[in-house]
Design a protein around this ligand. Structure first.
Ligand SMILES: C[S@@+](CC[C@H](N)C(=O)[O-])C[C@H]1O[C@@H](n2cnc3c(N)ncnc32)[C@H](O)[C@@H]1O
Length: 229
């Protein structure tokens, strides 16, 4: 069976795509490795340009098959914990890491963003793409990321397809493959959005953050106060 036939008519929105069980993990791998593949190097470069962290430990939260961690590993000297709470998708991530020859720098780790399996202050960078919409408690998740970040550590969390051209290409391909795909153009920053984020980041005690809404997607870039070591 061709990989695109395996996809079937899947709901790709948060309402219909809650649990990454074995079947869905396999379906997502096909999308990540085949359709989304070109977006990961683009987003990795945007993370590097915007966060300017290229050494130390990076945690990829809700890493899926670890494509973003792998792309960022290729352009930095960061070491990675690629973390996900789905054992099924993590197993596929391990296979991607092995295939890319990155087992010495990228480790797949089981964990939930609301209770991360890391000591305080270990991470120089936390990244996450396409996972936040599944989190049940954003203030708790951001509090937890703040705990795990080093002073001066940065975070880059959100979703997007990297650029307008890539979005057009990916949207066409997803529709061609018959997915129930409702990727919409990135909305402008709304006042409500800003207020919601002020509340979430206030509860998580982050004072430094920036909302990014452009052709790269919708992201929040944040920093834990303190001097970088
Ligand atoms: C749409 S996939 C994105 C995967 C990958 N980051 C990418 O860009 O291809 C969302 C991932 O987030 C994971 N996830 C959702 N909620 C999570 C949580 N609370 N803690 C850890 N992982 C979570 C899911 O298991 C899934 O692998």
């Amino acid at each position: 069976m061709k990989s695109e036939e395996k996809m079937g008519r899947i709901g790709w929105n948060s309402k219909t795509y809650r649990k990454f069980d074995e079947k869905r993990a396999g379906e997502y791998l096909v999308i990540a490795n085949e359709v989304f593949a070109p977006l990961y190097p683009v987003i990795a470069q945007q993370i590097l340009d915007r966060c300017r962290v290229s050494a130390g430990l990076c945690i990829d939260v809700g890493c899926g098959p670890a494509n973003l961690a792998i792309a960022l590993a290729k352009i930095t000297s960061l070491n990675f914990c690629a973390m996900d709470f789905s054992p099924h998708i993590l197993e596929l991530g391990r296979e991607n890491i092995i295939r890319e020859g990155l087992t010495d720098r990228v480790t797949a780790v089981a964990g939930d963003v609301h209770r991360m399996p890391f000591a305080d202050g270990v991470a120089s960078l936390i990244i996450s793409r396409g996972s936040m919409r599944f989190w049940r408690n954003r203030p708790a998740a951001f509090r937890e990321m703040r705990r795990v970040l080093k002073p001066g550590g940065r975070g880059y969390v959100g979703g997007g397809l990297g650029s307008r051209e890539l979005a057009d290409e990916i949207n066409r391909e997803m529709i061609r493959r018959g997915a129930d795909w409702k990727n919409k153009p990135t909305p402008e920053i709304r006042k409500k959005d800003k207020a919601e984020w002020a509340e979430i980041m206030g509860k998580a005690r982050f004072t430094r953050y920036e909302l990014i809404r452009d052709d790269s997607g919708s992201w929040i870039c944040f920093e834990k106060e303190g001097e970088r070591s």
